[in-house]
Design a protein around this ligand. Structure first.
Ligand SMILES: O=P(O)(O)OC[C@H]1O[C@](O)(CO)[C@@H](O)[C@@H]1O
Length: 388
């Protein structure tokens, strides 16, 4: 279980505390997630049984020593060696969740070349439903209307849309519905644009999170960034957490944009496709993005890419957990102090959907704790935090 061993870091968030959000993910959300998979796919009996057994194991069992099939075997071997035989209930939240999703791919034979279920994205039905949905259509109508606005106003709107786009996380919606947008608790947006427009030949790297409404908003933001910088969009190499965006999702999203009746949206699809062909927009992926490690343990190649970038924009809650460390931080701890290890300039854009946060001004923090006690996990509060 590679993670930072520094003794002065707060304890890791676990999944054992009754009443905690992290425990509810395993005990309330995952049973529904498995039920949804059994509803969405006509799995044969052996896959149904594997899914049910996996769920039971996570609720009451221990971690087996076998390494689930798929890429990154050496990393998983090392990770599992540190956890085999331990009850799931004792595992750190980040590790347990990441391993759970890897085991889901095993149960559904995702990596089995000879299986008819091999390569079938188990979350595709939910992703497709969102891409075909009314909410995306109305997002794109709003995008089209932005064409009339002043450049600064457009930029502000696109960054805000990408930030709140993170609410559209289908895993989160498994058991919770998000009740509206409250406020942006920390807003470092000016620093983001300064870095994007600043000197240097390096690309702006956008590390994507969810497909669907979030990726759609991210692509509109990327189009605006392309006016002053090259962009690299980093996607997951294979399905992982519920709606995580892969290359296949990106292509489906471009098709959705191209088929939209609004001319400005069709124009967006065309510019993005041209930018990909011309390699001003590069699509990348990396095995690191589907491991339980934090960003403190970046592989050297990816760390070098981040160092050379103008700015790295990390989207979403899971990336935030991996950046900050999934620990019981005092939320008033300065963001820069916690992430000063990061190899380059970094911006985190997330709606808060898990227990951790840092960089909240103390006065604001006490207002939140009294006025909106569930602000950390409700998805209704957002933050844009920058280290440079
Ligand atoms: O899609 P995001 O923003 O990374 O969020 C994933 C969310 O799913 C969870 O992992 C729970 O399943 C949360 O902890 C996290 O907030």
């Amino acid at each position: 279980m590679a993670d930072d061993q520094r003794l002065d870091l707060p304890p890791r968030i676990g999944i054992d505390r009754p009443g905690s959000f992290s425990r509810s993910v395993f005990h309330e959300r995952h049973p529904v997630l498995i039920e949804n998979l059994l509803r969405d796919f006509p799995y044969p009996a052996h896959i149904q049984a594997r899914l049910e057994n996996l769920l039971a194991e996570t609720l009451n069992g221990t971690v087996p020593s076998a390494v689930p099939p798929g890429p990154n075997t050496p990393s998983w071997e090392a990770q599992i060696a540190g956890c085999a035989g331990r009850p799931w209930s004792e595992l750190p939240f980040l590790w347990a969740e990441s391993y759970f999703y890897r085991r889901l791919l095993e149960a559904t034979e995702y990596f089995e070349a000879e299986s008819p279920w091999g390569g079938v994205d188990l979350f595709a039905p939910q992703k497709h439903a969102q891409l075909a949905g009314e909410e995306i259509r109305s997002d794109l109508d709003a995008y089209a209307a932005l064409a009339e606005r002043e450049p600064d106003e457009r930029r502000r709107a696109l960054l805000t849309a990408s930030l709140w786009g993170n609410q559209a996380d289908l895993g989160f919606r498994t058991t919770s519905s998000i009740a509206g947008q409250s406020d942006v608790i920390v807003d470092d947006s000016a620093a983001i644009w300064d870095l994007v427009d600043g000197p240097g030949e390096g690309p702006v790297i956008v590390v994507a999170d969810n497909a669907g409404r979030e990726l759609t908003a991210d692509l509109a933001l990327i189009d605006a960034i392309l006016e002053t910088a090259h962009v690299e969009l980093h996607l997951k190499p294979h399905p992982y957490f519920v709606s995580d965006a892969t290359g296949r999702d990106l292509l489906a999203t471009l098709d959705t944009l191209a088929a939209n009746p609004n001319k400005p949206v069709q124009g967006l699809a065309e510019r993005l496709r041209d930018a990909i062909r011309a390699e001003r927009l590069r699509l990348r992926t990396h095995g690191f993005y589907v491991l339980p490690s934090t960003y403190r343990h970046l592989p050297p190649g990816l760390a070098g890419d981040f160092r050379a970038a103008k700015l790295v924009i990390l989207k979403g809650d899971l990336n935030y957990r991996r950046l900050v460390g999934d620990r019981e931080w005092d939320a008033a701890t300065p963001f820069g102090e916690v992430v000063d290890y990061f190899p380059g300039d970094v911006a985190a854009l997330r709606t808060a959907k898990s227990d951790l946060a840092v960089g909240i001004p103390p006065k604001r923090l006490s207002e939140l704790e009294t006025g909106s006690p569930d602000w950390r996990v409700s998805g209704t509060h957002a933050m844009m935090q920058v280290l440079h």
